[in-house]
Design a protein around this ligand. Structure first.
Ligand SMILES: NC(=O)c1ccc[n+]([C@@H]2O[C@H](COP(=O)([O-])OP(=O)(O)OC[C@H]3O[C@@H](n4cnc5c(N)ncnc54)[C@H](OP(=O)(O)O)[C@@H]3O)[C@@H](O)[C@H]2O)c1
Length: 375
């Protein structure tokens, strides 16, 4: 049987390296045909040595990534980049008939209806489901996808996504607001890239994930709930109208969701350790505290508002996290910047095209770069 051709965008990053690891465990099943990274570095070079026939790209722009995703004729394109650099490649790959396995929530949140319409059309053209075409890698969305397999979406009452609570789960509002990068980068359960680690410290990440779930599963924002679950064992739960709830559990290891997305509909064996529930003894769940984590409230409000608000949120957050990491301001300034950006730009209608999405992104990013708040 022909091997599945995989193009990996964001190869040198946290998701990229774990994707390559899953692929390396199944050499007869997958062929890595393209590798793209930003700065490249040792991680990228190691993959180039391991896969000498793969086309390698370092430091390409969005158009270069799109060309790579088209020219190498992959069956699956993995979007493991940060920001929106992988957005045009996502749309082009779906249109060209590739499945897209997507870790990059920014593309789904900001790309919104533009991306979802292309994914729905691709599903219709190929007689497959939307999730088979646009396969979530984010662990919570993979969990929801796994729980929804074989179920009618019409019978869903609520989607629950879990959050570890990040490094400041038990911190006071003042401690969180004053936090500096070295504190915020210390995630208790997941090892991830810097941007998503900071988003996990502010819990903005959960707001982005709620919007991502709203788009991918076509349910209202009011049907999506968040649970703080410090052990990161349960990743997502689906509550059905008959009162039954299904959950998906697994170790906090992204190779699980990555292998589910790559192997779908098969389950691939991986080296991910199984969870030991007896060793855990008990699992804890509590509601999120929107007062201590105002960034989550801003993100959820942006999701409920719709229109340009989710795109404005993503653009402002990308800049806000960079500025925080550069020491421009403490963690508490991030929610303020996000709120200002969403209030200013979110009232606009939803972007209608890819170029509208990218134009909004640039405009809000420029605003966020110049933003001066009071803290
Ligand atoms: N890490 C996780 O566990 C996790 C979980 C769920 C969702 N996600 C999502 O997955 C995405 C990636 O996260 P991550 O944690 O893997 O981030 P990361 O470690 O920072 O990696 C980002 C990757 O994107 C690459 N990149 C940046 N600009 C590029 C360009 N112009 N062309 C090609 N590649 C480029 C980087 O290359 P260089 O480093 O070489 O510059 C790097 O390989 C994010 O959207 C995140 O929210 C991540």
């Amino acid at each position: 049987m022909a091997r599945i051709r995989v193009a990996l965008l964001g190869a040198s990053g946290s998701i990229g390296r774990q994707t390559a690891d899953v692929i390396s465990q199944w050499p007869d099943h997958f062929e890595l045909v393209a590798l793209a990274s930003g700065r490249g570095g040792e991680g990228h070079q190691a993959l180039v040595s391991a896969y000498p026939t793969a086309t390698s790209l370092i430091g390409g722009n969005a158009e270069d990534l799109k060309k790579l995703a088209l020219d190498t004729s992959p069956n699956i394109v993995v979007i493991a980049t940060t920001g929106l650099v992988g957005l045009p490649a996502t749309v082009a790959a779906l249109e060209a008939g590739s499945a897209v396995a997507i870790a990059n929530k920014e593309t789904i949140v900001a790309g919104g209806e533009v991306v979802m319409q292309v994914a729905r059309a691709a599903a219709q053209r190929t007689g497959s489901t939307l999730l088979e075409r646009l396969r979530p890698i984010d662990s919570e969305h993979s969990a929801l996808w796994q729980c929804l397999e074989g179920e009618s979406f019409k019978r869903v009452r609520t989607l629950w996504i879990t959050a570890s609570g990040g490094p400041f789960r038990e911190a006071t509002a003042a401690e969180i607001a004053d936090a500096r990068p070295e504190q915020a980068l210390r995630h208790p359960t997941w090892s991830m890239g810097a941007k998503i680690t900071i988003d996990s410290a502010t819990l903005v990440n959960k707001g982005l994930e709620a919007i991502e779930a709203h788009r991918l599963f076509g349910v209202g924002m009011d049907q999506i709930q968040i649970l703080i679950h410090p052990q990161s064992v349960v990743h997502g739960l689906v509550e059905f109208q008959d009162g039954s709830t299904k959950s998906q559990m697994g170790s906090p290891d992204m190779r699980g969701p990555i292998s589910f997305a790559l192997g779908y509909p098969e389950r691939m064996a991986t080296s991910t350790p199984p969870i030991d529930l007896a060793a855990h003894g008990s699992l804890h769940f509590s509601p999120p505290d929107l007062t201590r984590f105002p960034g989550l409230a801003v993100a959820l409000d942006a999701g409920r508002a719709g229109g340009a608000a989710p795109g404005a949120l993503i653009a402002a957050d990308g800049v806000a996290v960079d500025r925080f990491l550069e020491g421009d301001f403490p963690l508490g300034a991030i929610p303020q910047l996000l709120r200002d950006a969403v209030e200013r730009y979110g009232v606009r209608p939803s972007p209608k095209s890819l170029s509208d999405v990218l134009a909004l992104h640039e405009e809000v990013a420029a605003f966020a770069t110049e933003w001066r708040g009071v803290w």
